[in-house]
Ligand binder design. Structure first.
Ligand code: IMP
Length: 427
């Protein structure tokens, strides 16, 4: 029995897709447990780049069973579109993709409300969402008026649920100047999609627990990240789901006793997309260099990502709220040529210096930096720590020691093989 949880340890976009894809080589099942098409996991196979927003990143491995857990919110059109796009490129998902019948559906009024809200929010109140309807869909789930994937088995039931949900949203929609969605139009849009999704429905908690009982290797893939988590992130500038490792249990129906290892993914620097505090943000040419060399543009929205120095108190916080057993550091190659490198090691706050992340007082906290020598050598060919320049090794040692969590992997380039693997995570 071994379930490995993979989570983002910063503000998302840490390169989880590549690491999950790599680990899935040795896995039998990969399940996503939270979020929806707000995620964008970029997979590079040979010279081809494939972005999956909803499907688990293990989908490119022909033998991996892929599961979309009940913690996810699923836009039916995006799901069917992604399956078709992969099939068209020769990646079949037939008989190995399963969708939890308890996952909630993103329906056309969710992105509509998300977009209208963002457009009408005053300055300082915008979240900078991906406008994919994530927040409103999770609101319906918590409000007990959502439509779940399993409801697609009975379109008459869906009709009743839609009427209930729309009655609840009407005052909001009218207040935002939106038009009333039409139940018949939504049903007409949904019916052909339902015909494609119903055959994929399963009790995925049962499927995953049986797989674990049979000794299969299961990867639970997070989306977004600790600092975007609804409970533990920089609220209210967060997403609306449980992106931390605990969410893997809730979002898949696997008990915490079944988790064997939790791996946090972090870039060697930091990025954030959307609004909200980002104390180590760089507004200078180094920030611009990280953005252009690292291709730091949102894979869902194309927005330029904000870039900054690595924040060790934030990483320690992520290690704590996730119970990290290990770290995978990504995009180290992007930092080549920047010297000195600065790293936030502590915060000065009105009540003194702290090694902790003052998560709810970031507006009045000042990062304390230490500078370290950088390196100029290209890293992509390195397959062991010994093959890295000394300064890069020292940087990694600093991260490991300050966070108190060992490294499992270091990514030195976008391709699958451009990785230093320090441990067999299933061993
Ligand atoms: P939402 O998840 O679309 O509601 O957006 C809420 C916040 O989370 C915004 O700041 C988004 O930019 C951010 N966000 C959501 N998904 C991702 C992701 O996959 N990577 C990075 N940021 C994300």
């Amino acid at each position: 029995m071994s379930a490995i949880v993979i989570v983002g340890a910063q503000w998302g976009d840490e390169g989880k897709g590549k690491i999950v894809d790599l680990i899935t080589e040795d896995a039998d099942v990969v399940a996503r447990f939270a979020g929806g098409p707000n995620a964008g996991h970029t997979l590079v196979v040979g010279d081809t780049k494939i972005v999956v927003r909803l499907l688990p990143s293990g989908i490119l491995h022909p033998k991996a069973v892929c599961v979309m857990g009940q913690g996810m919110v699923i836009d039916p059109a995006v799901l069917v579109g992604e399956i078709d796009a992969l099939e068209a490129r020769g990646h079949s998902t037939a008989s190995r993709l399963f969708v939890s019948d308890r996952a909630h559906l993103i329906l056309p009024y969710h992105p509509l409300i998300d977009g209208l809200r963002e457009a009408s929010a005053e300055a300082g109140k915008k979240i900078g969402t991906t406008k994919r309807g994530i927040g409103p869909c999770y609101e319906d789930k918590a409000g007990r008026r959502g439509v779940r994937a399993g409801d697609l088995r009975d379109m008459r039931k869906v009709e009743g649920l839609l009427e209930g949900a729309l009655a609840a949203w009407m005052p909001v929609l009218t207040g935002l100047g939106g038009e009333a969605p039409n139940v018949r139009e939504i049903l007409a849009w949904l019916e052909p999609l339902a015909a494609r999704i119903v055959p994929l429905l399963a009790d995925t908690s049962k499927l995953l627990n049986e797989a674990l009982r049979e000794g299969k290797r299961v990867v639970l893939e997070g989306a977004q990240a600790a600092l975007l988590d609804l409970d533990h992130g920089t609220y209210p500038f967060v997403t609306s789901s449980s992106a931390v490792a605990g969410g893997a249990c809730v979002g898949t129906g696997i008990g915490p006793t079944r988790i064997r290892r939790v791996i946090g993914i972090a870039k060697g620097y930091a990025t954030r997309v959307g609004e909200g505090p980002f104390p180590t943000e760089l507004g200078d040419e180094i920030g611009e260099r990280l953005r252009s060399v690292g291709g730091e543009y949102g894979s869902v929205t194309g927005r330029p990502r904000r870039t900054g120095w690595l924040d060790l108190p934030a990483l320690r916080y992520a290690a704590r709220v996730n119970g990290l057993d290990a770290l995978a550091i990504t995009k180290l190659d992007v930092m080549t040529g920047i010297s000195p490198l600065r790293v936030c090691v502590a915060y000065d706050t009105p009540t003194g210096r702290t090694q902790d992340l003052p998560i709810d007082e970031l507006a009045t906290a000042t990062p304390v930096y230490e500078a370290f020598p950088g390196w100029t050598e290209a890293l992509a060919a390195a397959r062991s720590l010994d093959e890295l320049p000394g300064a890069a090794r020292d940087y990694l040692k600093l991260v490991e020691a300050s966070v108190g969590v060992p490294l499992d992997m270091v990514s030195v380039g976008p391709r699958r093989d451009e990785t230093i693997v320090l441990r067999d995570v299933f061993a």
